[in-house]
Write a protein that binds this ligand. Structure first.
Ligand code: CAA
Length: 382
């Protein structure tokens, strides 16, 4: 396996790094404090190709591949994880429509996502009583003439108040996971009601809302893939999405290490910089080893997806390890900062709050373990 980046990957990584440092990082603290969704930043990310990194150029994407996608997510997350999550979900929606949409759906919706015209994409699967058990969702879609009529409630929808294009799962038959279908819904469709944003512990600059569908009628041609194929689409999209979250976790953890290095060089105790004490050096060393391990897991899953090999197990392993690692590393970063780690003058308290959700969304750590174990046992039986 090649461990060097190719020219395209290095170029897009550098472009994301520059954008993250110059545009995203300077406003990250304010984005968090004021819970301000950075819609204008999404437009700029669209212009740079970051909203469709693994999407064909003819549909407005960067066509740079999955490894490049993880590199972009790393860089943006290092500056602002809240901005990165909406970017990642937009990529996920654009890729899903590219992979399963009709030509008309691709032409109509994908360029709107990749360009930033739609601001963001949203992935509406979870419901108030259905998170991990995704196939138990209750929202219904009933065919009436040349329309589908949606009724039900969705919960925890990232960018839901801003996303111009959403992919929404609903039940079209009472046959468990085989009775689910996937639809494309545009913001502003009558009957789609956006609820009050959640007041979250972290990722406060990302927008998380409940959605209600009340006789929300959408054109029949907005069914994505075939009726009854929705659950598989969700699982396939989440496999890819989990690589994105692993990359986000790596980005946040890297930011925590960078902040910690700068702090321990500067802060003095007992007559010398605290970075000269072995106890703190050992902490830093352990943090770095874990970030590197997570990076490799994340890149390996991305490489497998990019080269069209099975990657379900590797995506879950990367997401599981990286998200738990980010929580450990950010916690240590707060510890290294002492009291200053606990106040918002330094960024590490934000990193810790932002990392917390990573073991929950796009499948909890427990769901990742379930997926990994199933995959191991499947290949052991073969
Ligand atoms: N790829 C393709 N097909 C898959 C698949 C995959 N990775 N995983 C399962 N399937 C297929 C199975 O093969 C099976 O097909 P058949 O019936 O034809 O054999 C079908 O889907 C049902 O599979 P399971 O029996 O495994 O389904 P299950 O009910 O046991 O659930 C689960 C599996 C892994 C627990 C799944 O429900 C799951 O991933 N839950 C977590 C949901 C989740 O991650 N939600 C996150 C919300 S989105 C979000 O957070 C985004 C955001 O805004 C940040």
């Amino acid at each position: 396996m090649e461990l060097e980046l190719n020219e395209t990957q290095a170029l897009i990584r550098d472009s994301a790094r520059k954008f993250a440092r110059e545009v995203v990082a300077p406003r990250a603290r304010q984005t968090d404090r004021e819970e301000r969704f950075p819609a204008d930043v999404y437009k700029q990310m669209g212009e740079l190709g970051f909203l469709g990194v693994n999407v064909p150029a003819e549909l407005g994407g960067a066509e740079a591949g999955v490894v490049a996608y993880t590199l972009v997510v790393n860089e943006i997350s290092q500056a602002c994880a809240a901005t990165a999550v909406g970017m990642a979900v937009t990529n996920m929606c654009a890729e899903l429509i590219c992979a399963y949409g009709t030509e008309a759906q691709k032409k109509k919706f994908v360029p709107r996502l990749t360009s930033g015209e739609a601001i963001a994409g949203a992935f509406a699967l979870s419901e108030p009583h259905t998170g991990s058990d995704a196939s138990a969702l209750k929202t219904t879609a009933v065919r009436q003439g040349n329309q589908w009529v949606l009724n039900g409630a969705k919960q925890w929808i990232s960018s839901g108040a801003y996303a111009g294009v959403m992919v929404v799962w609903a039940r079209t038959a009472n046959t468990g996971s085989k009775g689910l279908s996937c639809f494309i819904v545009e913001q502003g469709t009558p009957g789609l009601i956006v609820g009050k944003p959640e007041d979250k512990m972290g990722l406060r600059g990302s927008n998380t809302v409940p959605l209600t569908f009340e006789n929300c009628a959408i054109p029949a041609e907005n069914l994505l893939a075939k009726e009854g194929e929705g659950f598989k689409l969700a699982m396939i999209a989440l496999d890819g999405g989990r690589i994105g979250i692993s990359a986000q976790a790596v980005g946040v953890a890297r930011a925590a290490i960078e902040a910690s290095c700068s702090y321990v060089k500067d802060r003095k105790a007992f007559g010398k910089p605290i970075g000269e004490f072995q106890a703190l050096r050992f902490m830093l060393a352990d943090m770095q080893v874990q970030v590197e391990a997570a990076t490799l897991l994340s890149l390996r899953a991305a490489y497998l997806k990019e080269t069209k090999q099975p990657f379900t197990r590797e995506a879950s392993m990367a997401k599981l390890y990286a998200s738990e690692m980010a929580n450990r590393v950010c916690d240590k970063a707060v510890q290294l900062h002492g009291g200053y780690g606990y106040i918002d003058e330094f960024p590490v308290e934000r990193y810790l709050r932002d990392a917390r959700v990573q073991t929950i969304y796009e499948g909890t750590s427990e769901i990742q373990r379930l997926v990994i174990a199933r995959e191991i046992l499947k290949s052991a039986a073969a």
